[in-house]
Design a protein around this ligand. Structure first.
Ligand SMILES: C[S@@+](CC[C@H](N)C(=O)[O-])C[C@H]1O[C@@H](n2cnc3c(N)ncnc32)[C@H](O)[C@@H]1O
Ligand SMILES: [Zn+2]
Length: 215
């Protein structure tokens, strides 16, 4: 029970699960700021066990309200593919991305279950996406990059913050190349050699914590 417009709001059990007694129809605005969509029942067929799974009805409503058939829907945090399945049902083109390899498998499984034998045109890729919007970029330690970074950082190390002459600063990839970081200027910084050694092939969070702890 929760308070709503100064009154206590009750919930009642219906065939579709628990519902608040005030409904969307009670709202006096064309589109109220709440939607009646129940959580996924623990025994529902829809539930596949992914910890953060959202109800398909919710995604269908969002997609129907914000796109047209044939449009492209992208969910870069696709999880267990609820967005992809909802977009597929509504005749949208779609793409889902997720860090977790399990998520990719779940997209395939859920679509196969949803579409049945007509499942043949989904492309599942596990390679790391590469940016294609960067144009031609300089070698990471090109003099022009060093000069631009020295000005941007006012001659200070991007780790400890101390000021150095340009020749004592080294060009570092903020996101390491081994993790997909590019040679683009936006991914570069100058570090003093001590900070650069400390950071090694890791992200900036590591360097910051190490510096805070006094190495
Ligand atoms: C809240 S869940 C999405 C749940 C989804 N709406 C559903 O119904 O299944 C968030 C997802 O984002 C993924 N994720 C987190 N960080 C990411 C990143 N940097 N790139 C891609 N996916 C990421 C996680 O693996 C997780 O599956
Ligand atoms: Zn430093």
């Amino acid at each position: 029970m929760k308070r709503w417009k100064g009154r206590k709001q009750r919930k009642v059990m219906t065939d579709d699960g628990w519902k608040a007694t005030s409904t969307e129809a009670d709202s006096q605005t064309p589109c109220p700021d709440w939607w009646e969509i129940s959580i996924i029942n623990p025994n529902a067929r829809e539930r596949i066990g992914y910890p953060t799974q959202k109800p398909i009805k919710l995604l269908e409503r969002i997609i129907a309200a914000s796109s047209n058939p044939g449009d492209v829907v992208l969910d870069p945090f696709a999880g267990c593919a609820t967005t992809c399945v909802a977009a597929d049902r509504l005749d949208r083109q779609w793409a889902g991305i997720d860090l977790s390899p399990i998520a990719g498998e779940l997209v395939l499984k859920r679509l196969r279950d949803d579409r049945g034998p007509l499942f043949d045109d989904v492309i599942h890729r596990t390679d790391r996406p590469l940016r294609t919007d960067l144009g031609s970029i300089l070698r990471y330690n090109a003099p022009a990059n060093r000069k631009a970074l020295y000005g941007e950082q006012s001659g200070n190390c991007g780790g400890c913050g101390h000021h150095f002459e340009a020749r004592h600063l080294e060009v570092d990839h903020i996101i390491p190349r081994s993790k997909g970081g590019t040679d683009h200027l936006a991914n570069l910084q100058l570090l003093c050699s001590s900070c650069n050694r400390l950071k090694g092939d890791r992200g900036m969070e590591y360097l910051r914590v190490k510096l805070q702890l006094g190495n």
